[in-house]
Ligand binder design. Structure first.
Ligand SMILES: [Zn+2]
Ligand SMILES: [Zn+2]
Length: 56
């Protein structure tokens, strides 16, 4: 995935998930370079985007 802040591309496994520092539990992947909290894109959202693309 690509960091939304610094644009650094990294593997989801490389990112820090469940850092313990986020309030309410960490459900994001932190960039290994800048520690930006990248929101996880739910799988269904990606499928929805594909469907919308096909229609238009
Ligand atoms: Zn970053
Ligand atoms: Zn976190």
């Amino acid at each position: 995935m690509k960091c939304g802040f610094c644009g650094h591309e990294f593997n989801v496994d490389e990112g820090k998930q469940g850092c313990g520092g986020c309030s309410g539990g960490c459900h994001s992947i932190h960039c290994p370079r800048c520690n930006y909290k990248n929101p996880l894109e739910p799988v269904f959202l990606g499928k929805l985007k594909k469907i919308l693309k096909q229609k238009s």
